[in-house]
Ligand binder design. Structure first.
Ligand SMILES: Cc1cc2nc3c(=O)[nH]c(=O)nc-3n(C[C@H](O)[C@H](O)[C@H](O)COP(=O)(O)OP(=O)(O)OC[C@H]3O[C@@H](n4cnc5c(N)ncnc54)[C@H](O)[C@@H]3O)c2cc1C
Length: 387
């Protein structure tokens, strides 16, 4: 009743909803309580082929494109589940697909498509550089047929549940590069070989169950053949992948928003106070209606950005705006849903407080709202740069 009837990919949505019905609130609450990885959920999504929709058919995926991928993630989140445990398995491979050699594509993509290889860790953020990626310090020094990596990363999600990681490091010091964004390179790190041989992973407990970690590199040797693309051009490759990530995360926010609206509408119809359903009061109705309008508007932006991406058109600004609008709409819907539920909004068994914590992340990661506003101000509107 709260969804659009003309939604894209109805068969995919229906299949995802059915799959998610097997992973009800109790499943997520138990994993959330223990900060445990939802392995059965991820295995089921993998088996049903939902994580390989972006991989071309030639490499064993379904090659359906980003529009289909947004439908998958939106439905996962609308169902009360969370795609954060595995969404990066969908898009991290894009760096290999777009910039890898023919040999790298043939070697890795079919195994990523089948789920035999998990490529869902993406190492960019560092404790001292924050959003200013040009200041990362993790350094890869060439030594014969290998790179020797030293440094530290933070907030690297799913590192303990990934066979491979796309890692951004400096190969030329910042002050020796032609531009601050030059001199960074992308390496594909085999986590199975690296762990205990120069790579240490330390989990970080956060307010949501996100399997995020801190990584320490101490003379980790990575074969030189694992360099993706051209040495020194890695920043551009990472930026290329970020549009897909932002659009997909935006779709998760839309799913969260619809979850909150579904739950709030149902509760407002049923809960009786002062002898009538609370939903009869306009003071309760209007915030739900407002959240619906906001989520619907943001979802149009997500569809627009995904359509541009699938058409091979530039979509950086649209991907950013979609992520910002969707994350703000889902957060407003979360707040509304807690308010509609009164005290029960705080009870674990309603799943609303869990979803409330989960959806808050997206105004900070994978990119914070201020940085998006700065992009729009300077790149779209031509305002002067502040940094
Ligand atoms: C749960 C979780 C999972 C994550 N997973 C990953 C991952 O898998 N891989 C990865 O590489 N990273 C990951 N991240 C990192 C995430 O991308 C960063 O946290 C995010 O980009 C913000 O960077 P920061 O934390 O360094 O904040 P900072 O850059 O330190 O910024 C702090 C605040 O200041 C604001 N700010 C900074 N500079 C400016 C400015 N010039 N103008 C206005 N405002 C400014 C920011 O908007 C932000 O609100 C994850 C983070 C979290 C919390």
């Amino acid at each position: 009743m709260n969804g659009r009837t003309d939604q894209s990919f109805p068969e995919i949505r229906e299949a995802v909803r059915k799959l998610c019905a097997g992973f009800p609130g109790e499943y997520w609450r138990a994993h959330d309580r223990d900060r445990a990885y939802p392995a059965e959920f991820v295995q089921t999504l993998t088996r049903e082929g939902f994580l390989s929709v972006l991989i071309p058919e030639a490499y064993g995926g379904s090659g359906l494109g980003l529009g289909a991928a947004t439908a998958v993630l939106e439905e996962i989140h609308r169902s009360g589940c969370n795609g954060g445990a595995c969404h990066a398995q969908m898009y991290t491979m894009g760096t290999i697909l777009k910039h890898g050699s023919a040999e790298q594509k043939a070697r890795y993509l079919p195994a990523v498509a089948s789920g035999d290889l998990r490529l869902q860790a993406f190492g960019v953020t560092e404790p001292t550089s924050g959003t200013d990626t040009s200041r990362i310090r993790t350094f890869a020094r060439r030594d014969g047929d290998a790179y020797v990596v030293n440094g530290q990363k933070i907030w690297i999600s799913r590192a303990e549940h990934s066979d491979l990681m796309v890692l951004l490091c400096r190969t030329t010091p910042r002050d020796e590069a032609a531009k601050p964004s030059d001199g960074m390179s992308v390496l594909l790190v085999d986590m199975r070989e690296a762990l205990g041989n120069g790579l240490t992973i330390r989990p970080i407990r956060t307010m949501l169950n996100h399997a995020t970690t801190e990584l320490f590199f101490d003379n980790l040797r990575v074969p030189a053949e694992n360099l993706i693309g051209v040495e020194g051009k890695g920043f551009k490759y990472i930026l290329d992948g970020m549009n897909a990530e932002r659009i997909l995360i935006a779709a998760e926010c839309i799913g969260d928003g619809r979850f909150f609206i579904d739950r709030a509408s149902a509760y407002a119809r049923e809960r009786e106070v002062f002898g009538r359903p609370i939903g009869e009061n306009q003071g309760v109705q209007f915030p739900i209606a407002r959240a619906y309008a906001q989520v619907t508007a943001a979802s149009l932006m997500v569809d627009h950005a995904a359509a541009l991406f699938d058409a091979g058109q530039p979509c950086g600004s649209e991907a950013n705006m979609a992520k910002m609008l969707a994350s703000e709409a889902s957060w407003a819907a979360a707040d509304m849903c807690v308010q509609t539920h009164g005290g029960f909004g705080f009870a674990e068994e309603y799943d609303i407080e869990r979803k409330f914590r989960e959806t808050r992340l997206y105004q900070v990661a994978p990119i914070s709202t201020n940085l998006i506003l700065s992009h729009v101000a300077t790149h779209v509107l031509g305002l002067p740069k502040s940094f």
